[in-house]
Design a protein around this ligand. Sequence first.
Ligand code: HXC
Length: 276
Amino acid sequence: MFKNDLLKNKNIIITGGGTGLGKQMAKTFLEHGADVSILSRNAEHLDAAKKEMKDYGYNIKTEICDIRDPEEIKKAVDSIENNNKINVLINNAAGNFISKTEDLTPKAFDTVLKIVLNGTSYFSLEMGKRWIENHINGVILNVVATYAWTGSGYVVPSAIAKAGVLALTRSLASEWGHYGIRSVAVAPGAFKTEGAWSRLLPDESYENAITSRNPMRRLATKDEIANVASFLISDMSSYINGEVLTVDGGDWLYGSSMFNMMEKLPDDVWKIMRRR
Ligand code: HXC
């Protein structure tokens, strides 16, 4: 999609980078010439991702970090940064589960909110302070979901948290834009990862229910999201600030109009309608 040196001056940190979308973004950014570090709570995920990137011919840095703890964030960034300062933060780490809301405990709400809303906020704060002090034109890319603005049943803690992350994206765009710091977001539609699929779908047959209500009749691929992320963090979008780019094949718009379901009407019914 882009020239291979698109991200050559970017030193990127990805939270939750050991698996799923985070790992895919790491690979795509490396292919475009970036330096990449990934963080995860899980050492096995980090080791496996590091090895996988090595097999592709890339070296990455890894750090264990629970983004719910601001001290761990500080330590991880200190350990990664040396002469080459981080200038892109990808707030990718998330936690989510599907449940009837009335079955959730307060701790269940806390668990998701602390990862998604607090963790994203803490990391943005840590990098923002460093960038302002060192006059670095950094970029924050947040990963939200379209239910940040529509809301959604059965993933209520995640919907609340992503709505907060969207507000954070837009707020920091206004406040930190004059420092040359951009804040943007991507809102992916459904795509297949071990983490999301095992937690969010009752069974495999549900995949068909998701694709059949999407105008494009398919899931996203991880690289379709990673390409958009590459564009948003690159200097190609140096004047995009506070924007969220939806990459869902039109899914949320489709659900928004009662007329869209009329695609199922047979032609003879359309003829009757026209006569009427
Ligand atoms: C109801 C649940 C639950 C479930 C946990 N809890 N799972 N409640 N249904 N399925 C409750 C527990 O009962 C407990 O409360 C509290 O949450 C904490 O549970 P723990 O097991 O101690 O939490 P933890 O070990 O931290 O694991 C939870 C998690 C985990 C952090 C959310 O699933 C995780 O690590 N997820 C990371 C990966 C992930 O979620 N990826 C999907 C992201 S996809 P009590 O009170 O009982 O002790 C995404 C976007 C989707 O977000 C958008 C699609 C378009």
